[in-house]
Design a protein around this ligand. Structure first.
Ligand SMILES: [Zn+2]
Ligand SMILES: [Zn+2]
Ligand SMILES: [Zn+2]
Length: 282
């Protein structure tokens, strides 16, 4: 499984569009890994997680032709994760040749309803499949299990367990706060070859429970280690950072590296294979 994190920022991007804090000033002055577009990932060039408003520049920067996409997993309907009108450019008025295959769009019903409201799905080569917590969806190339995120009480938000045909299995955990005990028990029965977890609040815990801070991400890793769901060698990658946390990319990287956690940046790529360590340990 080849994974690229196309965007690694929270809703307002990094620097924040209208923000003047020292972290945003540093980002504007230095650029590079301190520039974060809205969170999104692509797997094996065919499966995309979320459809943020930065889609166009993410595709350009990563030399992607989205005609190759087969699957789009949508976590929830917030604007930084779902910009349905981008889908209209699959239509006949915007391509010289018809898109050759149907794009399977998988997501919670509030997100799919938003797509139905904002684009005419009857004129596009897309197929919508409703995902529900703890239900397994089987596609040709991937098995997808949605789990319930703790993010927005007004709508169902999902995170995903993605399993490839070769057995590689990863957890994509964004957006979410700390999972419920039921979800934790489900996760503790799984094995993961990589975990991608949001770290929106960085080193600054707040009362808001719909996102994770750095200390919760570290505890998440420890809990999965204790359950043998991962090993110390399993790639554990943090994403969806906000400048409001108060650390630059370099400061986040230094803090998280002490716990074996990678601080992702836009364009960060890694490959994952089924873990022989786990296979032999059990
Ligand atoms: Zn978000
Ligand atoms: Zn800022
Ligand atoms: Zn959100």
């Amino acid at each position: 499984m080849e994974i690229t994190l196309l965007g690694t920022g929270a809703a307002e991007g990094w620097p924040g569009l209208f923000c003047n804090c020292s972290i945003c000033a540093h980002a504007r002055a230095t650029g590079g890994k301190n520039i974060r577009s809205r969170a999104s990932a692509i797997i094996d060039g065919v499966l995309k997680v979320d459809l943020p408003p930065d889609l166009h520049m993410q595709a350009v920067h990563n030399s992607l032709n989205l005609r190759d996409l087969r699957y789009l997993l949508v976590t929830h309907s917030h604007d930084d994760h779902l910009c349905p009108t981008e889908l209209q450019y699959m239509g006949q008025w915007f391509t010289t040749e018809a898109v050759p295959q149907t794009l399977q769009i998988i997501g919670p019903s509030p997100a799919l309803n938003r797509i139905r409201r904002e684009v005419d799905i009857t004129k596009l080569p897309i197929c919508l499949t409703t995902a529900m917590p703890d239900h397994l969806l089987n596609f040709c190339d991937y098995r997808i299990t949605a789990i319930e995120a703790v993010h927005d009480p007004s709508q169902l938000c999902l995170n995903y367990i993605i399993k490839a045909k070769d057995g590689t299995q990863i957890l994509y955990a964004s957006d979410t706060g700390w999972y419920t005990e039921t979800t934790w028990q489900f996760l503790e029965r799984q094995e993961f070859d990589a975990v991608i977890a949001e770290c929106t609040k960085g080193p600054t815990p707040t009362e808001y429970s719909g996102h994770l801070d750095m200390f919760q991400v570290i505890e998440m890793k420890m809990r999965l280690l204790r359950a043998n769901s991962i090993t110390t060698h399993t790639p554990f990658v943090a994403t969806h950072f906000s400048h409001m946390g108060g650390y630059t990319h370099e400061q986040l990287e230094a803090a998280l590296a002490q716990h074996g956690i990678v601080t992702a940046y836009d364009g960060y790529s890694f490959s994952v294979k089924p873990s022989t360590v786990l296979a032999t340990a059990r």
